[in-house]
Design a protein around this ligand. Structure first.
Ligand code: GRF
Length: 208
């Protein structure tokens, strides 16, 4: 059987991309990153891909007439590289149904809170942690979920709680949450590759 192929979509620093690369290199994850696509030209994530000889592309939404054309360009590249699973890792664009249909139940996202708290439109990056701190929650966390047409609404695969400390800033909280992200994302991808995730409506069953 050929190696399971991941296509990773990024927009920023790419520490989650790095965690996936590391998991593959240390043989914890039996997969290959076939391609990395960034929505931002200057994303550090692209440099990480280059360093590991992973084909990388910048596909910028502003270079296309419509979101549909932009997504078609991404779909084309992902299909050319025969991607089995699309992994959103700090990808800042919301995908439309055209893209989701092309990879139905084969797109994962990671969100730095316990969904359904601090998620949805406008809750991305550091804004999520700011909202959690402003609200005064004692616990936040990480969610890995399948992507559907909504924003952060797809079936939840894995979640893990992360404590909020009284003296936390957005940066210290983000750092604590990221550590968990880097462990949880490869774990969720592994479950998918092993065929152990069964979607039943809103729920994801993890098979033994
Ligand atoms: C992570 O916190 C992720 O959950 C969120 O954006 C951040 C991306 O970080 N969606 P990185 O680019 O993987 O370092």
């Amino acid at each position: 059987m050929s190696t399971f192929k991941l296509g990773v979509l990024v927009s920023g620093g790419g520490t989650n991309l790095q965690a996936i690369i590391d998991s593959i290199n240390s043989k914890k994850l039996n997969a290959e990153i076939a391609v990395v696509i960034s929505s931002r030209k200057d994303a550090f994530a692209l440099k990480r891909a280059r360093k590991h000889n992973i084909p990388e592309f910048y596909i910028g939404p502003d270079d296309y007439e419509s979101p549909a054309e932009y997504e078609k360009a991404m779909i084309k590249v992902l299909q050319r590289y025969k991607v089995d699973l699309v992994v959103l890792a700090g990808f800042m664009k919301v995908l439309t149904s055209e893209f989701i249909e092309a990879f139905r139940n084969r797109i994962m996202n990671i969100h730095p809170s316990l969904i359904p708290s601090f998620c949805g439109r406008g809750f991305y990056g550091k804004k999520v942690h700011k909202a959690a701190l402003d609200y005064g929650v004692k616990v936040t966390g990480v969610t890995v979920h399948f992507v559907d047409e909504g924003t952060d609404t797809g079936p939840i695969i894995l979640q893990e709680a992360v404590p909020v400390m009284e003296d936390d800033t957005v940066d210290t909280l983000a750092e604590r949450v990221l550590k968990v992200e880097h462990r949880l994302y490869p774990e969720a991808i592994k479950l998918f590759i092993e065929g152990r995730l069964r979607i039943e409506g809103r729920k994801v069953k993890i098979l033994k």
